[in-house]
Design a protein around this ligand. Sequence first.
Ligand SMILES: [Zn+2]
Length: 419
Amino acid sequence: MKILLLLASFLLIFNFNSIAQRHCGSTEYAKLNPSVSYREISGNTFNAAARDTFSNEVITIPVVVHILYNTSAQNISDAQVRSQLKALNDDFRRMNSDAGNTPAAFKPFAADTRIEFCLAQVTPQGKPGSGIIRKYTNKTGFSLDDAMKFSASGGDDAWDTKSYLNIWVCNFSGQALGYASFPGGQADKDGVVIQYDVFGTTSKVRPVFNKGRTTTHEVGHWLGLKHIWGDNSCGNDGIDDTPQQSGNNYNCPSFPRMSSCSPNANGDMFMNFMDYTNDDCMNLFTGGQAKKIRSQFALNGKRNSFLNSVKCDSSMLESGGVLPTQPETKPVTAPQNKPVAGVQIYPNPVNQYLNLVAINGFELSGKFITLSNASGSVVMQKRIVSNTEKINLSSVNAGIYILTVTDGKDKKVLKLIKM
Ligand SMILES: [Zn+2]
């Protein structure tokens, strides 16, 4: 009896450990799909004007979350989804509240990647949306076979993966908490899969994965990062400022955690988002990882198309470029069905001549327009003398611009793409 009890408790402990330790399926997925995960995209099928990143540009990635549920528990709340977006933004901008836990020896390497995420406000059809899709599935669990990415197999089809980061949240059977496709993979399978109860920081998330770091880790893969130990004993992750370590770390070691190939007394960077430690143990990306991530957005980078994705911006709805309210303006107090004064611009994207038209009583005449590029530099300023104006933009380089119309009191801000 004693032996049986001992055996039972051993099995319990073993089972508990296998659940409570982080496992990520991305490496296995890449091995299962070598031609998918690392394949070069042939040809440039992206029509909008490509451009390089600006040095300090903050890149915003529109996200669509596909919630696939078989039970009500799997149908996670909007609040849980939003808490994950906040965690992603905090972690990638190094605004995470536990950034102070990075050991002093590693603090000089910690970096703000200048990548942000938003729930998409515009659907691929140009309709308003919340960036959250809920869909019942008769599948009780999903695996690495990508079934969750296709409606035909109980999942939900990806939105255009050149403009949206697709995240499928579902019951992901097995040990792994999630997996990601690496940049350059097959378009309709591109994105990140996350187990529903480790997504976000509120509601139904389970310890010890309740700080949203599974998604931070998987999005790190989606942006080209490897595991910090290079998926080999004393392997190489291709990043200069992450120390070599013999393997992954589980749970939360104490600093310094030495391993057989530690280059110095600081040992493993086990608190890096690309290790396997618990959520409340992780707290940084490095400058080298930030550089690698940002290289995906450069000209010819696999994620370059996101520089032209404006799916976070509801002014890009198919009805036209009307943008009545902006964060900079005062809240609209008028009833919602009352037309709001504003500026309409067309065409957008624009090749040469941009038309500005005042609508619903807005006074355009006498205001100044300022055209700024994504890094905030002003490329054009002009005083408007009538309520309809045609501006020649042929001398402006291709890219995304912010157009501000103001007289110092009233201000309208619009996003503009120059082809
Ligand atoms: Zn991983």
